[in-house]
Design a protein around this ligand. Structure first.
Ligand SMILES: Nc1nc2c(ncn2[C@@H]2O[C@H](COP(=O)(O)OP(=O)(O)O)[C@@H](O)[C@H]2O)c(=O)[nH]1
Ligand SMILES: [Mg+2]
Length: 360
């Protein structure tokens, strides 16, 4: 799972990237994307560790990419280079600047978060329109030669729908394409089909007052486009993160009424918006969390753990996290009838603790 931070210059991408990944990065990387992995400190993993006392605890992870700033008035070649960098990410984190800081200049024509959002949206929409129109022209030419398959006809109809939506300024993700339809246009890697999370970088004052310029408009736009939304005080949270003592960190966060650190809040939003769930395994000396797409089967989940497990899958043994915490042991769950066997096609749910049985 890879999430790209996309935004205009000096919106706070690198600051937020550091906050999320604890990366210690050098500004000389500015022209290239930098990738780092963030651990998702799911409290359920800690609870399981208390029960099983394993030697090793492995949290789920999310990968973040700090993408160089997007200069919307800049060189088209440089823009294309940035589009290439976000082409393969699974979700976009659009970083918008709200913070006031006289020593940090605003990009020209983009001096509030709403303007920044509009600019970024427009750029992605125009890019996708180009991609869709080119593909439609190709299909049209093929059609004239009588070389269009049934699937291509379906694709053409679908692309016309996508085009209509883009022309109205609406992201393709809003159309709600079925899995089959997503596959049809999958190779185009449309930017506006990616789950998008808007991240507004606020300052201390904005955090306290819960206000910034045009906030209502930003919220309205996010609702209209089905974007997820989060506010972070990037600079402040980075400073808190740098405190040695965990108690101090908690105290400061509390004082600012920040209930959870940025990465935890963001992780929840990402899971929800992208449609991800976690399941857990307890194998020998290790408690581990796994992140998968909602709707995955037992057999597919087994494949995440080990490819051989998928090939030679026999069955899965299933407990629910809540049940285990309530009753304390596997034996108790068996007694209560809360321990079950699952076949290969059963759907994995969030919070399942799985033991996969497979042929060696
Ligand atoms: N006051 C304030 N300054 C910030 C905040 N976030 C970033 N900055 C400053 O803005 C400048 C640009 O931030 P940076 O993260 O490098 O932006 P990027 O160009 O989007 O990667 C740096 O000097 C940061 O210290 C914030 O939340 N509040
Ligand atoms: Mg940067």
């Amino acid at each position: 799972m890879e999430i790209g931070l996309f935004g205009l210059a000096l919106s706070g991408k690198t600051t937020i990237f550091k906050l999320l990944t604890n990366a210690d990065i050098d500004e000389s990387y500015k022209r290239e994307a930098v990738k780092r992995t963030a651990q998702i400190k799911d409290k359920r993993v800690d609870e399981l560790a208390k029960i099983y006392k394993p030697k090793r605890v492995v949290y789920a992870t999310l990968d973040f990419l700090d993408i160089p700033s997007f200069d919307y008035k800049g060189d088209p070649k440089e823009k294309s280079r940035i589009f290439q960098m976000i082409q393969n990410v699974d979700a976009l984190l659009m970083v918008l600047r709200a913070f006031n800081n006289l020593s940090v200049p605003w990009p020209e024509g983009a001096d509030n978060p709403m303007k920044q959002l509009e600019i970024l949206e427009t750029e992605l929409i125009i890019r996708d329109l180009e991609i869709v129109e080119n593909r439609l022209i190709r299909l049209e030419t093929q059609k004239k030669k009588g070389k269009v398959s049934f699937l291509e006809e379906k694709e053409e109809a679908l692309l016309n729908r996508v085009k209509g939506s883009l022309e109205e300024g609406i992201f393709a993700s809003k159309i709600g394409l079925s899995e089959e339809e997503q596959k049809l246009v999958g190779s185009l890697a449309l930017f506006t089909l990616k789950p998008t999370i808007v991240c507004v970088n606020v300052d201390d004052n904005q955090l306290l007052t819960k206000k910034y310029e045009n906030k209502e408009k930003v919220l309205e736009e996010c609702e209209k486009q089905f974007f997820a939304y989060i506010e972070l005080d990037g600079k402040m949270e980075v400073e808190i993160n740098e405190l040695e003592d965990e108690k101090d960190r908690e105290l400061f966060l509390k004082e600012l009424s920040i209930e959870e650190p940025g990465i935890e809040r963001l992780a929840k939003i990402v899971y929800n918006h992208v449609g991800l769930i976690s399941f857990f395994t307890v194998i020998e000396n290790e408690v581990r969390a796994w992140t998968v797409k909602k709707g995955i089967t037992m057999k597919e989940a087994a494949g995440k753990i080990h490819t051989d497990f998928e090939k030679n899958f026999i069955r899965a043994e299933v407990m629910k996290f809540e049940d285990l915490v309530r009753y304390g042991s596997e034996d108790k769950l068996k007694e209560k009838g809360l321990w079950k066997l699952a076949g290969k096609d059963e759907i994995v749910e969030d919070g399942y603790i799985l033991t996969i049985r497979a042929n060696a």
